[in-house]
Design a protein. Structure first.
Length: 98
């Protein structure tokens, strides 16, 4: 029909245009650039925190924690700063779970 789906659903862009749909809102980090190393680190470290404290960790809770931390950390562009923030976030999580 020639209606821009971004305009129709999200309210941005021109009314006329391609029917292609952006899968994210403007200003949000792109999932196309997913960092597998960061994601893997969060998955492993969160599981280790719960295991060390002998606490159960459901798959849903594990996924929620990984997603929340990942979303906060992935927007940090500087790699060294991101590594430091990751260590800090995981240490805080461990302290909160005690």
């Amino acid at each position: 029909m020639g209606i821009n789906l971004n305009w129709l659903i999200l309210g941005h862009g021109d009314i006329e245009g391609p029917a292609e749909f952006e899968t994210q809102a403007p200003g949000r980090p792109s999932r196309a650039g997913t960092d597998p190393a960061l994601l893997g680190q969060l998955i492993d470290e969160i599981a280790n925190i719960y295991k060390a404290q002998n606490r159960p960790l459901s798959a849903e809770r594990h996924g929620t924690l990984v997603a929340q931390l990942y979303d906060r950390l992935i927007v940090i562009a500087d790699e060294a700063e991101r590594r430091g923030a990751t260590r800090y976030a995981l240490s805080r999580l461990a302290e909160e779970r005690r």
